[in-house]
Design a protein around this ligand. Structure first.
Ligand code: URA
Length: 480
């Protein structure tokens, strides 16, 4: 018997190297026992029975598909995973197309394990809730999560990208991940007692969930599939779920009784006839479809995701804050009062709106209901950062020469950190070698200015900022 003790639970490289040597040496799966140092494998290692001696044979290669499957499967918590993978690898030597045989028990077992790992990663992305420790400059965000599998290293880069400008730690019993704004580091797992259980935003979140909960749309089964009970204990909103479900029937009856008067006009989504897709818009269309189901932050309960719109290869991308009431209903950015202000300024600056890509930093409308009115709420940093993936993907698809960030929220998304408007306004800033950014105010800011003279002056400044964008547009080979 050959005993292999891997260095740690996610030691893919160690497994790969050992498996390769074993296959080349012709060691059958039945003759290998796999373990991890620190588990019982330590005993084997200490007793000197671990073997990873180099092989005399020379070549053996596997497909990238197998490697991808193995990389995910190694993160499964099942202790048999190393042996399972080795058996599959062993069989692949003589049966190159084995992975195509979905009903093969080894293939199906490994595929199920890899799927469980990806599912767990997805759940971690969705259900990590940070709590604030300290205030303002000293604020740090800490979350507790109990993954089913060894996915902390796999999932951590997602949080680094989404929450790039907030220092965070995700504590788990296996491993803790930390982000300091520049790099991810890991430390050993800890107990739940180390994690904060409350922060100053807790009540706000709870009230917010209670406000957005729509009893008439309650589907308990679907909700429990999406958000299994085991995650509830770490979600600030979870304590609201039971009472809200319990009260849902009564609340719905109340809604029906009230609705007997007249349907609430603003709740009706404005339907547009389907437009044929142009080939060039394919990538953006795919993104738009994906974003329609986004659940990366709690704002998804708005009427719909309002994705950006405009030509796929637009030379300029305009970024606003978030859709307002009108945009939420129409499913299009900047069609309400701020949109009209923007259209007017664009025209004066000599920019044809049809030639630019218009989007928002946050793709869902954030509001609090006040009677029949939905009052706009400024998005918070976690929401901006959760939504940033869509801006980044739009940027990568459109590849504009210039991104115009309108307002502080847009600037935060574009630069990945809080960016004061006054210090950056009106000059071209390099985002990368091919893309520049221009910061200006948000058109809603102009709408809110009470003094007519100040408003006129600020409007002129806004137009002159847009004229800088117009110059970029004129120079661009894509402008025609
Ligand atoms: N304000 C924005 O930032 N975006 C819109 O789409 C509408 C208003």
């Amino acid at each position: 018997m050959i005993y292999i003790a891997l260095k740690h639970q996610t030691d893919f490289d160690g497994w790969r190297q050992a498996a390769r040597t074993l296959v080349l040496d012709g060691i059958t799966p039945a003759d290998v026992t796999w373990s991890v140092e620190g588990d019982e494998g330590k005993l084997f290692a200490a007793s000197g029975r671990t073997s990873q001696s180099p092989s005399s044979a020379t070549t053996f290669s596997v497909s990238s598909r197998f490697l991808e499957l193995a990389r995910a499967t190694i993160l499964h918590r099942d202790r048999e995973r190393f042996a399972m993978l080795y058996r599959l690898l062993w069989r692949l030597r003589d049966h190159h197309d084995l992975l195509e045989v979905a009903i093969d028990p080894d293939v199906s077992h490994v595929a199920t394990m890899a799927k469980a790992v990806r599912h767990d990663e997805h759940k971690m992305h969705a259900f990590v809730r940070f709590r604030e420790i300290g205030r303002e400059r000293d604020a740090r965000y800490v979350a507790w999560f109990e993954p089913d599998h060894h996915i902390v290293e796999l999932a951590a880069p997602f949080f680094a990208r989404r929450f790039a400008d907030m220092p965070w730690s995700i504590l788990t019993p296996d491993l803790c991940a930390h982000w300091d704004g520049a790099a991810i580091s890991f430390s050993p797992g800890v107990g739940k007692a180390e994690a904060p259980t409350w922060d100053r935003l807790e009540e706000t979140w709870r009230r917010y969930y209670a406000t957005i909960f729509n009893p008439a749309r309650l589907k308990v089964k679907a909700m429990q599939t999406e958000m299994p009970r085991k995650y509830w204990r770490n979600l600030p909103e979870a304590s609201m779920i039971k009472p809200l479900i319990a009260g849902a029937a009564r609340a719905t009856e109340g809604m029906i009784a009230k609705a007997a008067t007249k349907p609430h006009k603003v709740q009706k989504r404005l339907e547009e006839p389907m437009k044929p897709k142009s080939a060039a818009s394919g990538e953006l269309e795919t993104l738009r479809e994906e974003a329609a189901d986004c659940r990366a932050c709690p704002l998804w309960d708005a009427t719909q995701t309002v994705f950006g719109e405009g030509p796929q290869r637009a030379p300029i991308m305009l970024v606003g804050e978030q859709p307002g009431d009108k945009e939420d209903l129409a499913g299009k950015p900047f069609v309400g009062p701020a949109g009209q202000m923007l259209d007017r300024a664009l025209e004066e600056a000599g920019i044809d709106r049809k030639k630019v890509y218009v989007t928002n930093a946050v793709k869902h409308f954030k509001f609090v209901p006040r009677g029949k009115i939905r009052l706009h709420q400024k998005p918070a940093t976690p929401e901006i950062m959760a939504c940033r993936q869509w801006y980044e993907r739009e940027l990568a698809a459109v590849k504009p020469a210039l991104v115009v960030a309108m307002g502080a929220t847009a600037a935060q998304s574009v630069f990945g950190k809080m960016t004061p408007i006054n210090k950056t306004r009106g000059r071209l800033i390099d985002l990368d070698e091919e893309t520049k950014a221009l910061v200006t105010v948000h058109p809603s800011y102009l709408l809110r200015l009470p003094d007519a003279d100040v408003k006129a002056r600020e409007y002129e400044r806004f137009v002159s900022d847009l004229k800088m964008a117009a110059a970029v547009l004129r120079k661009s080979s894509r402008a025609a």
